[in-house]
Write a protein that binds this ligand. Structure first.
Ligand code: S3P
Length: 175
């Protein structure tokens, strides 16, 4: 049994599988699933790349924090966050105050291979390609580690295997 009162937040780099794992995990736990990027897109009436293009990253981050805050009024569920949500300092106490945090770990090579076409990821589709992705990846590792209650390796695993590993890690952590 998982005894988490609040939300279960899923964090990790782009391509870690946050949305697919989050959705399956929510079904397994009988909880609602919330995808933060989707909620941002609905509230802004535009896809993520268009928000970046028209208004810039800072505006996107403000929408991200507002949507995270709004989850306070939703019944406890599983929440897939965007890979950069941890880079806004205010988001860290918000997540910890509203529930528990699961970090899906992925190597940068596997992340890029899973993503394939980067056109829907504005931070990867610009100049710099793999080098830019690696720098971003390295800059974020410490943040993911700091905020996570549990961490699960995903390299070489399919969605079901990751979901099982998350449930096991939560149980082992007494959560
Ligand atoms: C971002 C990750 C994306 C999305 C936006 C910014 C990031 O979400 O929120 O493009 O900064 O890593 P995914 O991690 O679901 O791709």
């Amino acid at each position: 049994m998982i005894n988490i009162d609040g939300h279960l937040f899923i964090i990790g780099f782009m391509g870690a599988g946050k949305s697919s794992v989050g959705e399956m995990l929510a079904r397994r736990l009988g909880r609602p699933f919330y995808d933060l990027d989707e909620r941002i897109e609905r509230s802004a009436g535009a896809p993520v790349p268009r928000i970046f293009e028209r208004e810039g990253e800072a505006a996107f981050r403000a929408l991200e924090t507002a949507q995270l805050q709004a989850l306070e009024h939703e019944s406890p569920g599983v929440v897939a966050l965007g890979g950069g949500a941890v880079t806004t300092p205010a988001n860290l106490p918000l997540m910890r105050g509203m529930g528990r945090v699961v970090y899906l770990k992925v190597s940068v090579g596997e992340a890029l291979a899973r993503i394939g076409d980067t056109s829907s990821r504005p931070l990867l589709s610009g100049p710099g390609g793999v080098l830019a992705a690696t720098a971003l990846y390295e800059a974020r590792q410490g943040l993911y580690d700091t905020v996570a209650d549990v961490a699960v390796d995903t390299d070489g695993k399919d969605t079901l295997e990751v979901v099982e590993a998350v449930i096991e890690a939560l149980q082992e952590g007494g959560l």
